[in-house]
Design a protein around this ligand. Structure first.
Ligand code: CP
Length: 336
């Protein structure tokens, strides 16, 4: 059976720990093997990217392989993913053919497909990513879908371990004000991975910005299995007390999904309060500041925090490279 990397929960905690070990070996230069020599990897981008695209292309190259970058609707045909539709509209090719053809050339397919932020019940099921996984005969790597960003979350876990050492840490995931609603993939995957790794997780957000109910249940189950607990709070000040990691991210409300203007109005009162600033960071236990990037300065986080020694965002972005090399080496190269 093809092994994919769609969410971190596809993999056991031991496998994730092994992934971080392998990523650290790549980072330290202890592993210079090229398990992709003579192989190609397709990277399919429906949406813009800096970190994911650059780090995947560089990572494939450093593993000895060749990256084939495709942008449906731009450098490749427009793609349909729904089942049984009469394709008489603006979509030229179906994922069913697209991904199987790519599989004849490439050893794996990475795909970035953001939430359209239109239909919550549909998008929470990750339809495009799952269509890729359904039809592919080679491993699929999720490069950020509607609901998950496992490569980011794995780099985040690597960064926490690198900066603070092994073992349980007090980790805060805090919503932050942003001028428009954003997808939930990053907070979903960060919370899930933090729970899998046994960190004490606090999730802070204003009322109405709850994460998906089924996902929150899974996060609680994973935390329980790992001997940790999850706290959810609407108190943006107390949430920072004693945190060793502060992870900021904005996301849209399910209550206004498909209605961005209403979400923008709803969040307006949170603008001054829901920002990571120096005062809140003083409440932490010498906490490090994390964000997946790109970040809007002085909306999500003040210049004073992101430019301080507490900020690890550039190392976090670097770790995308190492952790994705470990994912590819495992999926294609058969390395543990
Ligand atoms: N964090 C992240 O995925 O960055 P990009 O959107 O630039 O790839």
């Amino acid at each position: 059976m093809t092994r994919n990397f769609l969410t971190t929960s596809d993999w056991t905690r031991d496998e994730l720990e092994g992934l971080l070990d392998a990523a650290l070996r790549f980072k330290r230069g202890e592993d210079t093997s090229q398990p992709l020599a003579g192989r190609s990897v397709a990277l399919v981008f429906f949406n813009p990217s800096l970190r994911t695209r650059a780090s995947m292309q560089v990572g494939v190259y450093e593993l000895g392989g060749n990256a084939v970058v495709l942008e449906p609707g731009g450098t490749s045909w427009t793609l349909e993913h729904r089942e049984g539709v009469v394709m008489d509209g603006d979509k030229t090719e179906h994922v069913a053919e697209f991904v199987r053809v790519l599989g004849r050339y490439c050893a794996a397919v990475g795909v970035r497909t953001f939430a359209a932020l239109k239909n919550w019940e549909e998008e929470r099921r990750d339809p495009v990513l799952n269509a890729f996984a359904k039809y592919s005969e080679v491993p699929i790597v999720n490069l950020e879908s509607a609901m998950h960003h496992p490569c980011q979350a794995s780099a985040d876990m690597m960064t926490i371990r690198e900066k603070l050492g092994e073992g349980k840490k007090r980790v805060l995931l805090t919503w932050a004000w942003h001028p428009k609603p954003l997808p939930m993939a990053v907070p979903n995957s960060f919370a899930l991975a933090a729970a899998q790794m046994g960190h004490e997780l606090t999730i802070a957000h204003p009322p109405g910005y709850e994460l998906d109910d089924a996902l929150v249940s899974e996060i609680n189950e994973r935390a329980f299995d790992a001997g940790a607990k999850v706290t959810v709070t609407n108190d943006v000040e107390e949430a920072f007390d004693g945190a060793q990691v502060v992870y900021a991210k904005s996301w849209g409300s399910r209550l206004f999904y498909g209605n961005p203007a209403e979400d923008v109005e709803e969040r307006a009162p949170y603008r001054k309060q829901w920002i990571v600033d120096e005062e809140k960071m003083r409440r932490t236990d010498s906490g490090v500041f994390m964000h997946c990037l790109p970040v809007r300065r002085n909306c999500i986080v003040t210049d004073g925090v992101i430019d301080s020694p507490a900020s690890v965002v550039i190392d976090q972005a670097e770790n995308r490279l190492h952790v994705q090399k470990a994912v590819l080496a495992k999926l294609i190269g058969g390395k543990s």
